[in-house]
Design a binder for this molecule. Structure first.
Ligand code: V47
Length: 390
């Protein structure tokens, strides 16, 4: 039987940040979080399992407010995927192509400059690059790409390549370089941050099923550890809503939390909702009658658990490309303090059926944030504040 609201509470009238809950299992967790204490794995699972989702969202909102106050961040960003050639074969991916297949592209440097010229505007701050594991491009191409972008577009910061791609680069260098050398050469060429992609789900039994040939979980974490040691901040993602269990999601967050305790190099955590079109995993799930999009409630619950569990990561990002702008606006009341940005030409999620636009305008993002009662802040790739919209 559900106890009446006034029987079970974690409520201190002297504290403005009160969270009432109907779920007895939440009461000690709420107390702990409000007291600023870290919660453990089982407590994280209780957050995932609670039926009192409004209390969970409220708790995440309190944590978010404590960490960043009323501000919600966005960036003028351009997505760049210089190629979709990839031979890794992740089952969730609708983006990758092999040479000669329909829809393949593979930009030479001049094509990259032409692409950026087409999208460039004076407020453009960040170029976020993610692509495929191209088997033939030489290492020098990537260094020239970063160097060319930073010298041609002064003021634009390059946030480039997922840990999976950094891992791939170590294989194409001759003599073979390690993570540290690859990252440090990219840094010297002008790279300032790493995006959080390629993490998928760390748990081995899931990773084997969806990303068998990709960098291992340990490799992904080691790339990020090394980046942090070199002074390159990074993000962390988690691909959810496919074949993983809730325990796998929390295990994923737990590994990120542990690394962040060591390095403090993550800016933000970004759950990526599985886009179930045009990929093998979607077909497999379809055959079992389980090909579904994540639900709105699961998206919010997941973001809220992340906000509470990852007490050492400054931001949880609501990625509007994958969960829609409407849901992203709601997520601002569920622990989210960053909505990514203008993006312009997203291709990875759209290759797997994302129904959102490929970009948004600044005015749309500002409205989305202000209507949620929060203060929009335009930031750069390193979270320096460029403009606060009072
Ligand atoms: O690495 C691929 C994922 C990632 C699908 O760091 C899919 O600020 C869902 O990393 N359904 C690329 N996800 C996107 C990414 C990202 C996005 C937003 C912000 C940041 C950041 C990083 O997208 C890939 C892969 O993990 N992905 N296919 C799919 N069908």
């Amino acid at each position: 039987m559900v106890p009446p609201m006034d029987v079970v509470t974690a409520f201190d009238a002297t504290q403005p940040a009160a969270v009432r809950t109907r779920d007895p299992a939440l009461v000690p967790i709420v107390d702990k979080v409000l007291a600023g204490e870290r919660i453990g794995f089982e407590e994280g699972m209780a957050l995932y399992r609670t039926r009192d989702v409004p209390a969970l969202l409220r708790l995440a909102d309190v944590v978010r407010e404590r960490l960043v106050g009323p501000k919600a961040y966005f960036v003028h960003s351009l997505r760049l995927s210089q190629t979709n050639v990839c031979y890794v074969g992740c089952s969730f991916c609708g983006f990758a192509r092999r040479f000669g297949e329909d829809g393949v592209w593979d930009y030479d440097l001049d094509d990259v400059w032409a692409y950026v010229d087409q999208h460039y505007h004076p407020n453009l701050t960040e170029i976020h690059i993610a692509s495929g594991h191209h088997p033939k491009r030489a290492w020098q191409y990537y260094l020239d790409l970063v160097h060319g972008l930073t010298s041609r577009y002064p003021g634009v910061q390059v946030k480039a390549w997922t840990a999976a791609e950094i891992h791939h680069f170590t294989k194409i260098t001759r003599p073979r370089l390690g993570y540290r050398e690859v990252l440090s050469e990219l840094q010297q060429a002008g790279l300032v941050a790493l995006p959080g992609g390629g993490a998928e789900i760390f748990a081995e039994h899931v990773r084997r099923r969806i990303a068998r040939a990709k960098v291992t979980a340990e490799g992904w974490l080691e790339v990020h550890r090394t980046a942090h040691e070199l002074g390159i901040p990074t993000n962390a993602t988690m691909l959810y809503g496919h074949v993983e269990a809730l325990e796998d999601r929390l295990d994923h967050m737990d590994r990120i939390r542990r690394l962040q305790d060591e390095t403090k190099g993550f800016f933000s955590f970004i759950p990526l909702a599985f886009q179930p079109d045009n990929n093998r995993l979607a077909e497999e799930l379809e055959a079992q009658g389980r090909r579904t999009h994540t639900t709105g409630l699961d998206d919010l619950r997941n973001l809220a658990v992340a906000r509470v569990y990852l007490d050492n990561v400054p931001h949880v990002k609501g990625y509007w490309i994958m969960i829609t702008p409407e849901q992203t606006q709601l997520s601002l009341a569920a622990g989210v303090s960053d909505v990514d940005g203008t993006i312009k030409d997203e291709r990875i999620a759209h290759a797997s059926g994302a129904v959102t636009e490929a970009g948004m305008t600044e005015a749309e993002l500002v409205r989305l944030i202000q209507d949620a009662g929060r203060v929009p802040v335009r930031r750069d790739a390193l979270y320096n504040e460029l403009q606060v919209f009072a």
